[in-house]
Ligand binder design. Structure first.
Ligand code: HEM
Length: 245
């Protein structure tokens, strides 16, 4: 009769084996398998330099951006249960969310502050990438994707600003779309596309709403996936690349 140690008994069990396709990570092969067979860990290359894992190298700003994106999707979906994108109903539904929906004010504040935080954190992440020279080859393509992510983040913030349909949002978007209208060449067309009319009105609200709840979050999800995949393919964070002689 074979006598298994408690750890072996666990890792040899059929339930363990059906979930984890590797043994206890006490040898190089199993440690590699842990990294490649776990959906979260596989974002890291199997081998990384210790330096790239130190918290003060990246300050975790990219990861915090991903977490904020998740928080915004979660709170945004909750707000969608009540919000109605019509010029007559938008402001009253926001009031209702604040005053009578359980945890409504908390959810709205999480969404609003989370959005401000995401803009700040994404910009800080970009500054960190620049400061550590992580935009250089082979990561130049990921820098371009990053720029697109920054524009999408700003776009999501701008389109969300109109949705409460209060005086602040109405005039902010009036000013914003007027500025866009002065862009050389495409300005007037861009303004018309954004407004869907000659001034901020119902067509504008529905356009901003669709961009805010569908198009921009989907584009962000797609590009964040490519961005993280590229980090993996470029050999992890730049600090893990050995310096060239
Ligand atoms: C929605 C916005 C963004 C998200 C969610 C995001 C997420 C991430 C994550 C999780 C990492 C790896 C770990 C880390 O650095 O914390 C990363 C790395 C990287 N990001 Fe971003 N990022 C975003 C925007 C940007 C922007 C605006 C740029 C630059 C224009 C950028 C360029 C890069 C580059 C080049 C790397 C590799 C860094 C290295 O190798 O050290 N990202 N990003």
């Amino acid at each position: 009769m074979t006598h298994f140690k408690p750890v072996e008994r666990l890792t040899e069990s059929r339930i363990w084996r059906s979930i984890f396709r590797h043994g206890w990570p006490d040898n190089p092969l199993d440690r590699s398998l842990v990294m490649t067979s776990n959906i979260f860990l596989h974002l890291h290359p199997v081998k990384v330099q210790r330096r790239s894992l130190r918290w003060y190298y990246s300050l975790g700003l990219g990861v915090i951006s991903v977490i904020l994106y998740g928080l915004l999707i979660f709170t945004g979906v909750l707000l969608m249960f009540y919000y109605v994108p019509s010029v007559e109903r938008a402001y009253p539904t926001m009031q209702e969310i604040q005053l009578s929906v359980p945890l409504g004010q908390f959810t709205r504040n999480m969404h609003r502050w989370g959005a401000h935080a995401m803009v700040v954190v994404v910009i800080l992440h970009m500054v960190r990438v620049f400061y550590t020279g992580a935009y250089k080859p082979p990561r130049q393509f990921n820098w371009i994707i990053g720029v697109a992510l920054l524009l999408l983040t700003l776009g999501a913030s701008f389109t969300g600003y109109l949705l409460p349909w209060d005086q602040l949002s109405f005039w902010a978007i009036t000013v914003g779309t007027n500025i866009a209208g002065y862009a050389p060449g495409a300005g007037p067309v861009l303004r018309q596309i954004l407004l869907g009319s000659s001034e901020v009105s119902q067509p504008t609200l529905i356009r901003f709403y669709t961009l805010h709840i569908a198009l921009l979050p989907l584009a962000l999800a797609l590009l964040i996936s490519v961005h993280l995949w590229r980090v993996r393919k470029d050999g992890g964070l730049a600090a893990s690349t050995p310096p060239e002689d």
